[in-house]
Design a binder for this molecule. Structure first.
Ligand code: H79
Length: 435
């Protein structure tokens, strides 16, 4: 008994935010849609009959495609079925509060109209429309924050940037010239022509010097002081932390952060990849990110015709159904100090805990050891039906329906008063990621 008491920990404090903290919307967002869309969706991992697997947005480098041949792909890019509002409404219905889309990936192609480079969607494709501008309008209309991914260090179209070592000699590269003549002017276009942006999602800093990372952060803030920059701007800078690709935190992180996952095994669209994560896996990733205090950015890869893969549309619709009944446990909530359990994990609001049951307990009897809590009610969040429960010593037993009411994630809401004491996260989790 004595040992148990030493493990008990006080819960219930929420991180205080400084006034005018520019990360506030981001901390509250919880769920975002990442969109990797570019002319790489035309080959879609099939380069003249040779099939590639994994990151389809890397085809230019993986197949060592010449500049002439890659420019010819732009000539075939005509996504006439693109409807910005459809994407925004789908994201919104799934509970996503922000969208981040590739404005320029490593391939160097600008998915927006750019005066700084002719290699852009308006000048170099038969489509001639600016999809980012259409997306900005739709996001504004529906209250969704918009962010732009921008590959700042790699640009395989430019001899002076990093990455294209099959056509250009890296020793002759003048990185400063590329920064001055393409990267910074394009960022200026993005931060000037599309209204207020939520963030710029920098990626793969590679060998970028610290003063250049700083220059980019300052450049973004000078143009839009409230626009966030991702930590992948490099050298320890950036306004929020991006975890590694497909990485979940195992412990609470107080700095605003984002976990990022693909829906299948590629960011850009691949015609061969049908290995999609299920809606349940996605909700689990979302809840586990939230249970550690951060967001989930889930990627989809639209096709060259401008439509999303049917699997992404269907799975997001399934998540929307879950979100309709359970969004209270996501939005406005954050980490609790409860540990991860074998059945799932918890998120929290002041005086409320949400238990997310991913592995439904046998016979519907949920036992939580080592918790002292002054309960006011225990309910199923989806229908607010009261559940019976018992507290004996430090054990809480909750009596649920025999079978899971929600196959994705059944959420139990605990309303309580006063302080909660429970076994500490460190004591129970020790590096366990949960997914
Ligand atoms: O935009 C997405 C990726 O394209 C980008 N970051 C995410 C958000 C990214 N850039 N680099 N990487 C991820 C990691 C590099 C992976 C690689 Fe490979 C392994 C490059 C070469 C070997 C995968 C396999 C891609 C090509 C072959």
């Amino acid at each position: 008994m004595k040992r148990l008491v030493t493990l008990l920990l006080v819960l219930g404090s929420f991180p205080a935010l400084a006034q005018n903290d520019i990360t506030q919307w981001f901390r509250e967002a919880k769920f975002g849609m990442f969109i990797h869309w570019g002319i790489y969706s035309v080959p879609a991992n099939d380069w003249h009959g040779e099939h590639y697997f994994g990151n389809a947005e890397w085809i230019r480098k993986r197949a060592k495609i010449s500049t002439t041949d890659y420019e010819a792909i732009a000539g075939q890019f005509n996504p006439t079925h693109f409807d910005a509002e459809e994407w925004v409404l789908l994201a919104k219905s799934a509970g996503m509060k922000y969208i981040v889309i590739t404005s320029k990936h490593h391939d160097g192609f600008a998915m927006f109209y750019s005066k700084a480079s002719k290699f852009n969607v308006v000048d170099a494709t038969p489509f001639k429309r600016d999809p980012l501008s259409e997306l900005a309008v739709a996001c504004k209309k529906h209250g969704i924050k918009l962010g732009f991914y921008y590959s700042q260090t790699q640009d395989w179209h430019e001899p002076d940037a990093e990455g294209n070592n099959w056509e250009y000699d890296p020793k002759k590269a003048d990185f400063g010239k590329y920064l001055r003549e393409k990267c910074m002017p394009q960022l200026q276009e993005l931060l000037t022509n599309y209204g207020d942006l939520g963030l710029i999602w920098f990626d793969t800093p590679e060998r970028i010097p610290k003063e250049d990372s700083q220059k980019l952060v300052d450049w973004v803030h000078s143009l839009q002081p409230k626009c966030l920059t991702s930590s992948r701007v490099g050298n320890g800078l950036g306004d929020y932390l991006c975890l590694g690709d497909h990485e979940l935190p195992t412990k609470i992180i107080e700095r605003p952060f984002e976990a990022l996952y693909t829906h299948n095994d590629t960011w850009g669209y691949s015609k061969f990849d049908k290995n999609f994560r299920s809606p349940k896996e996605i909700v689990k990733l979302l809840v586990y990110s939230n249970s550690k205090g951060g967001n989930l950015l889930l990627n989809v890869g639209p096709k060259a015709d401008g439509t999303l893969p049917a699997e992404s549309v269907n799975d997001l619709k399934t998540i929307a159904q879950w979100m309709k009944k359970n969004s209270e446990s996501i939005h406005g909530s954050t980490h609790s100090l409860l540990p991860d359990y074998e059945w799932g994990t918890a998120t929290a609001k002041p005086n409320r805990l949400f238990l997310h049951l991913f592995e439904y307990p046998q016979g519907g009897v949920l036992r939580i050891p080592s918790i002292q809590i002054n309960l006011k009610s225990v309910r199923l969040l989806a229908d607010k039906k009261s559940l019976n429960y018992q507290q004996q010593g430090n054990e809480l037993v909750i009596y649920l329906p025999q079978t899971a009411p929600d196959a994705l994630d059944t959420v139990v809401e605990l309303n309580y008063e006063g302080e909660v004491k429970a076994q500490s996260v460190e004591a129970l989790t020790e590096g366990q990621a949960g997914v």
